[in-house]
Design a binder for this molecule. Structure first.
Ligand code: TA6
Length: 322
């Protein structure tokens, strides 16, 4: 087991390292002995890198991303809490992504074994300033785990610590930016026939017709009550991303395409071609917690090499497999 708590021995140091990143912002680097790695900034508890055992970057981060608070980092895995998008009075996607988190000194025990995994536990509690905009006391614990096969898991545990007996409600998303070879060549499997709210049409509700989602223009949709597994097939890179999720019933699919990309200052004009956001989320039905109650939301990402000849590309096998 390797965590950020004990980095005494040099071997341990190799697995978990706290160091300076861009603009001197501190980050945690997780390394697995087989070569995969991940990087998490304390700023936003923001995962900005996930590499496979060949050192290939699997997440998209914009070349124009600003690592400068209070601006969120464009790319990687921003955490949207306590509000997804503009679904409420707070700034878009809430404030967790532009706050400084810290190492969790005493994370509650974790249900699953961590013997062969590398991880870091981070925690966010509201400041007095936060309480003015969202008057709730909470503890948000995030564990970022790099598994032996290079899988990346994010497990959030949010507890209501209000002392005034007040429940609170929130919406949530792991706003993951996947790196793809060419957006017009990828397919998303697992969302067929589902209902979705279209953010480009005043959140009107539609039903997905296609047998797979492909991209030829801006897409900004919230798929409702999805299966727990979704796949992104990138033929050109012979790679399939598999997203497994628990406690997060919805999935947001976003690509800004050309016009919106030009309007986003911290995104390169052509960069929409190399990114796809598939976001494990809880949006349609806000989560409500009474004081003392805790919610858990987990996403597990894996990138499997896939090619027609190996037959692994058959999404049915990917989605229905273990
Ligand atoms: O998750 C999709 C979305 O809500 C889009 O509507 C778009 O605004 C995107 O998030 C990016 O949001 P941001 O606040 O990071 O610019």
């Amino acid at each position: 087991m390797s965590s950020a708590g004990a980095t005494a021995a040099s071997n341990e140091k190799a697995a978990v390292e706290i160091c300076k990143g861009i603009n001197g912002l501190e980050k945690v680097v997780l390394r697995d002995v087989r070569g995969s790695s991940a990087e998490v900034y304390f700023y936003g508890a923001h995962v900005t890198s996930w590499k496979n055992e060949h050192g290939e970057e699997l997440l998209f981060v914009s070349s124009k991303a600003l690592f400068k608070p209070p601006k969120p980092i464009r790319g990687g895995i921003p955490i949207c809490f306590p509000q997804f998008s503009n679904n409420g009075p707070l700034e878009a996607h809430g404030f967790a992504r532009n706050r400084f988190w810290s190492i969790d000194p005493s994370p509650p025990p974790f249900p699953t074994t961590t013997s062969n995994k590398t991880f870091v536990d981070l925690i966010l509690k509201p400041t007095e300033e936060d309480m003015k905009i969202w008057p709730n006391s909470f503890e948000f614990r995030l564990r970022v785990t790099l598994g032996p096969a290079g899988d990346l898991m994010l497990t959030s545990r949010i507890r209501n610590t209000n002392s005034d007996g007040k429940p609170f409600s929130f919406t949530f998303a792991y706003h993951t930016y996947f790196s793809v070879s060419d957006i017009s060549e990828v397919r998303v499997e697992g969302l067929e026939t589902l209902d979705y709210l279209d953010n480009l049409q005043n959140k009107q509700r539609f039903t997905e017709q296609g047998d797979a989602i492909t991209f030829e223009s801006e897409v900004d949709r919230i798929y409702l009550s999805t299966p727990t597994k979704i796949a992104i097939l990138d033929h050109e890179k012979k790679r399939t991303f598999v997203i497994r999720k628990d406690g997060l019933p919805d999935a947001v699919v976003w690509n800004p395409w050309d016009k919106k990309a030009k309007a986003i200052a911290d995104l390169g004009d052509e960069e929409y071609k190399y990114m796809l956001c598939i976001e494990a989320a809880a949006v349609e039905k806000p989560i409500t917690l009474k004081p003392g109650e805790e919610w858990k939301g987990r996403q597990e990402l894996s990138a499997v090499p896939s090619s027609y000849c190996s037959g692994q590309l058959d999404p049915r096998r990917v989605l229905l497999g273990s």
